[in-house]
Ligand binder design. Structure first.
Ligand SMILES: [Zn+2]
Length: 113
């Protein structure tokens, strides 16, 4: 399960930061998960308590903000929401597009006590 290793590396980075900042207790962690980040919400939610066990993050709440896929069209300049399976502009149909949102997988914030 690739979410397990993702959760593991995220927790490793977080605990390093938490130790450096001398934070005693974390109440919640909020992550931004793009629809096209390659990470699935449910397996990640399942993996999180496993990988946080025995760390300063144990028992903290996990909030996941899912981000839709947004692409910017290089031809008409429009930002449109990406609908699978084809990556193309929803306005003019051009495939000359760039991702602006949806591939993120980031820690947005942590709430501490
Ligand atoms: Zn377009």
């Amino acid at each position: 399960m690739h979410e397990l290793s993702l959760a593991e590396s995220m927790v490793r980075e977080l605990t390093t930061y938490i130790e450096k900042e001398k934070i005693k207790k974390v109440v919640s962690v909020t992550v931004i998960m793009g629809k096209f980040s390659g990470v699935q919400k449910e397996p990640f939610e399942f993996a999180f308590p496993i990988v946080t066990e025995g760390t300063v993050l144990e028992g903290c709440e996990l909030n996941i903000e899912q981000q839709p896929g947004v692409i910017n069209c290089s031809d008409c300049g429009e930002d449109t929401e990406l609908t699978i399976p084809l990556v193309k502009c929803a306005k003019c149909g051009s495939r000359n597009v760039k991702f602006t949102h949806g591939k993120e997988f980031l820690i947005k914030s942590i709430e501490i006590e």
